[in-house]
Structure formats: structure tokens, C-alpha cells
Ligand binder design. Structure first.
Ligand code: SF4
Length: 227
């Protein structure tokens, strides 16, 4: 059984798939506590669903296309999640898995696009990424750094260079963090670091990385859940 917070259809807000219609399967539970987390409602609760029930709901929402498995930390439910991913892949869906990389990713099917959120120092969870997971990354995977200040940017820059990430994965994304209590206006004033500053830093340092804005927070109120 899987513990599921919500399954819904929306627009993918992040990664190189940003802007595409996507079905989200959001699982319950997380073993980290990032300072800027906007998904604290996943930390407890969740509805128990069998893989067949999740599959049926995903099929009902869209018979084909893009699915993102997210959380929380989905890999905490690896035992039930792996068979679900295999089934959805066999049905022809394109699968994204959003994970912090704190758990081993060795058994994730290679056809799944992993989006690995390596935690930076200002998240309060720096150092939790399991370095062995670098070997599990494939050329279609993505590595994301959520940046809350210059210290995070420098960590992300140095990590990217040291591990030559931009040569080994599809996209390296530097994403300015949003205030977790952001609401009202739908603009970059809610970012903990100005995206323009991050853009300048990337250009100054000649990095081959993508500046990623969470576009769902510019489409809907930043406090809206289930989008
Ligand atoms: S890993 Fe994700 S869900 Fe868990 S605390 Fe950090 S941002 Fe929130």
C-alpha cells in the first residue's frame, strides 16, 4: 500500500518539463525539514491506496502523457513505489520522480526521469544528498538546487563544477527559493533571493546551468495547494 496525499492534474511548474500538462501523485511523509518547505501538509496523514487504486486514478485523469511522483519524499515508500513505476512505464506514461536523493536511487527504473533536489546549506538539510547516487544519474535526469542566498549559490556552483554535473545530466537547475508563507501577488518579490541576482551570478561565473522559476507560483496564488 502507498500513503497518498493527493492525485491531481495540473501544469508542471518546474524542471525542463515546465509548462506541460502533468498528473501529480503526491505521497505522504518526509524525513527532512527544509526551512522553506512549501509541502509541510505532506508530513503526516495520507490515504492508504493500493498500487492498483493509484494506477486507476491516474488512468482516469489522463490515459497518457506525463506523470510526476512527488512528496514529501517518495523514496520513503520505495517498496510499493517501484512496482507502481514499472506498471505506469509499461502503460506508456512518461514518469518524473522528484526526490532529495537522501535515499538510494539504485533501483529506480532507468526510464524514469529523476529530478534530484540536492539540498543547499540554507535549507537546513545540507549534506543529506547521498553522494553514491551520482552514479545512478543518467543523461536524461535533472539536478535541482533551491537557492535561498549567496551561500547556497556558491555551494550549488561548486558542487556542479566538482561533479561536472552539467556534462552528465540533462539539466542542472538553480531555482530561487520562495517564502513558504508567500501569498497574494504572483511575482518574484516572494523569492528569498532575487532571480535577477541569481541570473547575474550564473552569467558572471560562466555556468552551463538553467535558471528555474517555479512557474506554478506565477500562475496561481503561491499558497494554492494541488496545482
Ligand atoms: S524534502 Fe521536500 S517535502 Fe521534505 S521538507 Fe524538504 S522541501 Fe519539504
Amino acid at each position: 500500500m502507498l500513503s497518498v496525499i493527493e492525485i491531481y492534474r495540473s501544469i508542471q511548474g518546474e524542471s525542463s518539463f515546465a509548462g506541460l500538462p502533468c498528473t501529480f501523485v503526491r505521497l505522504a511523509g518526509c524525513n527532512l525539514r527544509c526551512t522553506w518547505c512549501d509541502s509541510e501538509y505532506t508530513f503526516s496523514g495520507g490515504k492508504k491506496m493500493s498500487t492498483e487504486e493509484v494506477e486507476a486514478e491516474v488512468n482516469r485523469l489522463a490515459p497518457a502523457g506525463l506523470i510526476e511522483i512527488t512528496g514529501g519524499e517518495p523514496m520513503l515508500q520505495e517498496r510499493a513505489l517501484l512496482p507502481l513505476m514499472e506498471k505506469l512505464l509499461a502503460e506508456g506514461y512518461q514518469l518524473l520522480l522528484e526526490t532529495s536523493g537522501e535515499r538510494s536511487l539504485d533501483l529506480v527504473p532507468k526510464r524514469v526521469h529523476k529530478i534530484v533536489d540536492v539540498k543547499c546549506p540554507l535549507s537546513g538539510e545540507g549534506g543529506t544528498f547521498r553522494l553514491e547516487n551520482l552514479h545512478a544519474l543518467t543523461a536524461h535526469d535533472e539536478v535541482k538546487f533551491v537557492i535561498a542566498g549567496r551561500e547556497d549559490y556558491e555551494f550549488a556552483r561548486d558542487f556542479t563544477r566538482h561533479h561536472r554535473l552539467d556534462e552528465n545530466v540533462n539539466s542542472v537547475i538553480f531555482s530561487p527559493a520562495f517564502r513558504k508563507d508567500a501569498t497574494g501577488s504572483r511575482d518574484a518579490s516572494h523569492c528569498l533571493v532575487d532571480p535577477r541576482e541569481v541570473a547575474d551570478w550564473i552569467v558572471e561565473d560562466g555556468l552551463n546551468v538553467r535558471l528555474g522559476l517555479q512557474i506554478h507560483k506565477f500562475i496561481w496564488d503561491p499558497a494554492t495547494k494541488g496545482v
